[in-house]
Design a protein around this ligand. Structure first.
Ligand code: C2E
Ligand code: MG
Ligand code: MG
Length: 699
């Protein structure tokens, strides 16, 4: 609060008004004092001007009676001095002048007197005059107090008001409004043309239009716009205006309020930002992506360009999360988001649409060569880039899915779904690859019919082969088992790897026949070798449908018996993805298999989404570390953190560990050092036909 406010409030606290009487004539002073005390006022006296001024300063009375003619300092001088201390003129000063002394009266008002009383004093009039003056002063005080309150409230609300006399083009702005807005312009009288430049340039037309319509058509308005402050910071105001018309219905005044809503706008912007951005990476979220995509599609429809959505999913992200902790996982997502920025241009949108899934929207693609380049660049960069996390170097691979407008869909939501479906295909194929929604899927439908037919024929003609890849004891390098891996000898295409026909067999139901054949062939061969004195365990892969089939529980013991093999020499391999499809059911199923006496292996560990909490519940014997973790060991700076963590974890759960895909001595030594018991990989041998495998056994 200002000083004045403080003083005024102090005065208001005085119960009996205090009146200062200044006169050099002691008799008159006494008479004045007496008359005032009779009216129950408190009185202080001063015999001359300078003492009067001094008392005024000390006591700040509620009223002053001041003689004009005094030695030392006369009444005019004293009045002038008092007014300097009270520029707001809150204290009434009544001058005592000689009768008919017109010049004195005039001078009194000039120096700030409130009223005058002539001498000799008419006492009955005197008391009326004093009372009247004090009452006026009280009313004035109440008014000021109200004004102060309003001003204070407006200040707090950062609200000002104005009116505009449209005939004279004069704006009335109460003091403080421009300061509140941070605007500093000189001058007293402002017309519209002087004030308009205070509006930010971008908003100026809009504001001008609103004011002109209020003036010419009597239209009220509400506006939000930016203003130009003297310090060039950005401020937002909200204006509301009503129109006052004359008798003929023409606009006379426009009256409005103006509020500084900068703080509100900032908060609003922040909330809006948060609603449409991912908190972790600050990237646009799926909602904003959909919104921008919908907009991009409209634009592309006009231009005839394409729009691409690329969904990118980090392979094996779950494992980073679980082996290095969630904070590290979050950190990795942030680093990955940063990494993606290298590949986009202005106007493209990168979004985090969920967990470890990102999307890039490429607007107005003239042709898709650009898209192919981008995908290639991402792959290449990922191949070279190590993400540093907690002092570890992590290499990532991603699965990508692409959908194009207008080829795949003309609807934004649908397009994202297509890209997602394509990404999942890429993931299902083992990750670290990309899938285009249309082209690939159409081709697949085509391929499928032919391949299905061919596979049927192959199964009937015994055109499948089983290869065996040795597994050695890490410490001794002795072969202690093998994994059975199926191949298809195609009359036209040659040897086809399982990745190309197992999914097809799954989809078409041919897997039943295929699976049974593999199971029998592997058990038969292992039994044969056992009879020859080779003690070997055989790993047999189960597909999802095979695992779900109930007759597996009958089939396995029947085959073991038929070929004279002990169940403990069989490792049934299932992948995490299979086990997690219906985790509770899987737990039950695994227990039933376990009762047959066979071993259970978790294959490709780390590539799926299995959570460690489930892993504890699966009755497993062996964990097979996926080769993607082995692959990176020894690559520049990579210290095999994940492989190490997986081995330690498996041991803590009492599981044996086999590392897959070991290709170098360095990887072998590393795994040996960290306690991995078994090794499988090209370093030892590629998968071999039974005869070749037997040669190896003989060595
Ligand atoms: P898997 O069970 O993880 O098999 C290991 C795969 O890694 C085999 O590929 C093997 O050839 C390959 N491999 C082994 N050592 C190395 C190495 O040092 N470096 C590299 N780069 N690769 C190595 P393959 O034979 O192509 O089999 C692929 C997948 O197909 C298997 O993965 C398995 O999931 C599936 N599969 C194979 N045979 C069968 C089968 O009889 N039934 C079922 N349901 N699935 C099978
Ligand atoms: Mg396997
Ligand atoms: Mg494997």
């Amino acid at each position: 609060m200002t000083d004045t406010t403080h003083i005024e409030l102090a005065m208001a606290e005085r119960e009996t008004p205090l009146i200062l009487v200044v006169d050099d004539d002691v008799v008159i002073r006494r008479m004045l004092k007496k008359a005032l005390q009779n009216q129950a006022y408190d009185v202080v006296e001063a015999p001359n001007g300078s003492e009067g001024v001094e008392l005024f300063r000390k006591l700040r009375p509620d009223m002053v009676l001041l003689d004009v003619l005094m030695p030392m300092m006369d009444g005019f001088e004293a009045c002038d001095a008092m007014r300097k201390m009270d520029p707001e003129r809150t204290v009434p000063i009544i001058m005592l002048t000689g009768l008919d002394d017109v010049t004195s009266v005039e001078r009194s008002f000039d120096v700030g007197a409130t009223d005058f009383i002539t001498k000799p004093v008419n006492w009955s009039l005197f008391s009326q005059r004093v009372r009247y003056s004090l009452r006026t002063r009280d009313m004035d005080f109440a008014l000021r107090k109200n004004q102060l309150r309003i001003r204070h409230a407006l200040q707090v609300a950062r609200l000002g008001y104005w009116d505009w006399d449209v005939r004279s083009d004069y704006f009335y702005l109460p003091p403080g409004v421009l300061e509140m807005l941070g605007v500093n312009i000189s001058g007293e009288k402002f017309g519209f043309a002087e004030l308009l430049p205070l509006v930010a340039e971008e908003d100026r037309d809009r504001v001008q239009q609103a004011f002109m319509q209020a003036r010419d058509q009597g239209q009220r308005f509400e506006l939000r716009h930016r203003i130009v402050t003297s310090s060039h910071t950005e401020r937002y105001v909200y204006q509301q205006a009503e129109v006052v018309v004359d008798d003929e219905g023409r606009t006379r005044y426009v009256m409005g309020t103006i509020q500084d809503i900068t703080a509100m706008k900032r908060a609003e912007d922040m909330i809006l930002h948060q609603a449409f951005h991912d908190q972790l990476t600050d990237l646009p979220n799926q909602a904003l992506l959909s919104d921008r995509l919908a907009h991009a599609l409209k634009v592309a429809e006009q231009s005839g360009h394409k729009v691409a959505i690329l969904v990118i999913d980090i392979d094996r992200f779950q494992l980073v999360n679980e082996s290095l902790g969630h904070d590290a996982g979050s950190m990795l997502l942030v680093l990955f988001a940063e990494f993606l920025h290298r590949f986009v241009q202005d106007g493209d949108t990168i979004s985090r649409i969920s967990g470890n899934e990102f999307a890039i929207m490429l607007e107005s693609l003239p042709d898709i060569a650009q898209l192919h380049d981008m995908i290639r660049n991402i792959r290449q960069a990922l191949h070279e880039k190590a993400f540093e996390l907690l002092g570890e170097k992590i290499y990532l691979s991603v699965s990508m899915g692409v959908a194009l407008f207008p080829d795949d869909s003309v609807d934004a939501e649908q397009l994202i779904k297509c890209a997602n479906a394509a990404m999942r295909k890429a993931k299902a194929q083992g990750g670290n690859q990309e899938y285009f929604y249309t082209t690939d899927m159409n081709r697949r439908v085509h391929d499928r019919l032919r391949m299905e037919n061919d596979l049927r024929i192959a199964l009937d003609n015994n055109a499948l082969e089983l290869h065996y890849q040795p597994q050695v004891d890490t410490a001794t390098r002795k072969i202690i088992g093998m994994e059975a891996l199926v191949r298809w000898q195609h009359p036209e295409y040659g040897l086809i790897p399982p990745i190309r026909f197992i999914p097809l067999a799954e989809e078409t139901g041919l897997i039943r026949q295929l699976g049974s054949w593999v199971l029998e062939e592997a058990i038969r061969q292992t039994g044969l070798w056992a009879a020859k004195g080779y003690v070997l365990r055989v790993g047999i892969n189960l597909s999802a449908r095979q695992f779900a089939q109930d007759d597996l529980l009958n089939q396995v013991p029947a085959l073991l018996q038929a070929h004279g093999l002990n169940a403990k020499f069989v490792d049934l391999e299932i992948t995490e993805t299979i086990a997690m499809q219906d985790a509770d059911n899987s737990i039950r199923k695994l227990h039933q298999l376990k009762e047959l006496g066979v071993n259970l292996s978790m294959d490709d560990f780390g590539t799926g989404y299995s959570s460690l909490s489930y892993l504890h519940q699966f009755p497993l014997d062996v964990l097979k570390i996926d080769r993607s973790f082995v692959k990176d060991i020894g690559r520049d700076g990579n210290n095999g953190a994940i492989a190490k963590a997986v081995i330690a974890m498996a041991h803590s759960m009492g599981l044996e560990v086999i590392a897959e895909g070991v290709e170098t001595e360095m990887q072998y030594a590393f795994l040996n050092k960290h306690g991995c018991q078994m090794i499988q990989g090209y370093l030892i041998s590629r998968p071999l036909l039974a005869e070749q495998f037997e040669e190896l056994l003989k060595k």
